[in-house]
Design a protein. Structure first.
Length: 496
């Protein structure tokens, strides 16, 4: 109980966001850019925060309902099919009526439609005589590369496959950004695309005609909490000023500036008012990206995630390890439980915790990292204590030491190298696992990794991966020094 109280106090000390307009975005280029467009429109009207690349529709929608974010850019077809499970092409009034019971609404038509489609390399489609999705259904031997979200969406692969009776098994998911490289090199034959993707023209793709009109309209719009206009009246008026300002051509160009010409998402968003004469910038260099203006913010967020969760894991893991060593009948239950937790996939655990705690971002990320760090600490403590020679225990008893004193003055110091080794392992694991937290808006170096995946930009990927690796090496070195020091102290105490 003390552990959870301490963790709650630490979380309570984090900055509050009651008066901050929190904007979310999904994990693909266009959503990142639109999130920045909203942020830039609202800046100066109220405090504003953009939580980029938080995940897929389900995560953003859960965050909005829970109040972790206030607004995010969405598409009418996604809201109708994926969120509300409505058929056809409902009007905005119908969508709003369905959202009102949840305290949500839609407004501000941004001005473009971004529908799903399937695409093939132009030369490959030409050779096979494929122009429409009905033509595509006649070629069962083609290899698909579909995004995870498209595979799982009600308005995505399952419905499309049924509508056209496509003779394909559901493939393994492939990240959207990586799929473009895969189709360019011939590793896949077809992929799902968004109609405003900047890379369609670059890779000479043929967008297959939806001749049975399966896909609904995907008009870009804002999905928001109904309290937002009252809480942030000036910011809301600024967001309403975006009505109709982004046509399809301009959205494609902003996407291209980020994906093809090396601009950051914020820079691409700032070009909304630049007219047709957008200058082409040079691609960002690795070092410029590595030491960009977000470096210290991301470092602080990553350190917070790693060390707050590690402190909680130490506070819980060491007593659990002691209990496992002192009560052999409980050892199997304790070690088995923390072992099972370690096997749960990180994204699945994060999704479960979001639903459990009713929040998104730092809190579920800290809880997940706390749980993942337990196993090495518990096992290290258990191994260190059970490995103490029987003679050492008998000597301590012969000195007349109490059970408490034997534990604190003899057994724990002797087991300390093993305990520290477990803590070291947990710390290093947490550094790497914390990068996953960016997928639910918790920040850290994973934010760059997610952006790099969206852009298929190796410089951005490395700018997130290398600092995380460097932090892991620093922690590893610090613990090795600590282990040598405390190992010597333990041996000295043992001889005394």
């Amino acid at each position: 109980m003390r552990i959870w109280v301490a963790l709650s106090l630490l979380l309570a000390a984090l900055p509050a966001h009651a008066d901050t307009l929190r904007i979310g975005s999904k994990r693909f280029t266009e959503s990142y850019i639109l999130g920045e467009v909203l942020k830039q429109a609202a800046e100066g009207k109220t405090a504003v925060e953009h939580r980029p690349g938080m995940g897929n529709t389900g995560i953003l929608y859960s965050a909005l309902k829970a109040g972790s974010i206030d607004v995010y850019p969405e598409y009418t077809g996604t809201i109708a099919r994926e969120i509300l499970k409505l058929g056809g092409n409902p009007t905005l009034d119908q969508i709003n009526r369905a959202l009102v019971p949840q305290g949500l609404g839609v407004a501000v038509r941004l001005g473009f439609n971004n529908t799903y489609a399937l695409a093939m390399r132009g030369d490959r489609a030409q050779a096979l005589g494929i122009r429409t999705l009905s033509d595509f259904a006649k070629h069962p031997g083609l290899k698909l590369g579909l995004s995870q979200e498209f595979i799982g969406r009600e308005d995505g692969w399952p419905g499309l496959k049924a509508a056209y009776r496509l003779p394909y098994a559901t493939p393994s998911g492939l990240d959207h950004g990586l799929a473009y490289e895969a189709i360019a090199t011939g590793k896949i034959d077809a992929m799902d695309i968004y109609s405003t993707d900047a890379k369609i023209e670059r890779y000479a793709l043929r967008v297959l005609e939806d001749d049975r009109k399966y896909f609904p309209g995907y008009e870009a719009i804002l999905l928001y909490r109904l309290e937002v206009p009252k809480r942030f009246p000036e910011a809301w008026r600024a967001l309403q000023g975006l009505e109709g300002r982004i046509d399809e051509r301009r959205m494609i160009r902003m996407n291209a500036e980020a994906e093809l010409h090396g601009r950051s998402f914020a820079e691409a968003a700032a070009l909304l008012d630049e007219g047709d004469g957008m200058p082409v910038s040079a691609r960002r260099t690795f070092f410029a990206t590595l030491f960009g203006p977000d470096f210290w913010r991301l470092t602080g967020e990553h350190l917070l995630l790693v060390f707050v969760s590690l402190a909680a894991s130490i506070a819980a893991g060491v007593p659990l390890g002691v209990a496992a060593a002192k009560f052999p009948r409980a050892a199997q239950l304790i070690l088995g439980t923390v072992g099972v937790i370690q096997t749960i996939p990180s994204l699945a655990l994060l999704a479960f915790l979001i639903a459990l705690v009713g929040a998104i971002g730092t809190l579920p990320a800290l809880v997940a990292l706390f749980l993942y760090a337990l196993l090495p600490i518990v096992r290290g403590t258990h191994t260190g204590l059970t490995g103490i020679a029987r003679g050492m225990r008998q000597a301590a008893m012969a000195l007349g030491l109490s059970t408490r004193d034997r534990m604190l003055l003899v057994e724990v110091p002797l087991a300390l190298p093993s305990i520290l080794a477990g803590i070291n392992t947990s710390a290093v694991i947490n550094v790497g696992t914390a990068t996953i937290a960016a997928f639910i808006g918790a920040g850290g170096y994973g934010e760059r990794i997610a952006s790099g995946l969206a852009l298929n930009d190796n410089a951005t990927l490395l700018a997130g991966a290398i600092p995380a690796a460097a932090l892991a090496l620093i922690i590893q070195g610090a613990f090795e020094i600590g282990e040598r020091r405390f190992g010597w102290m333990a041996r000295a105490r043992g001889r005394s």
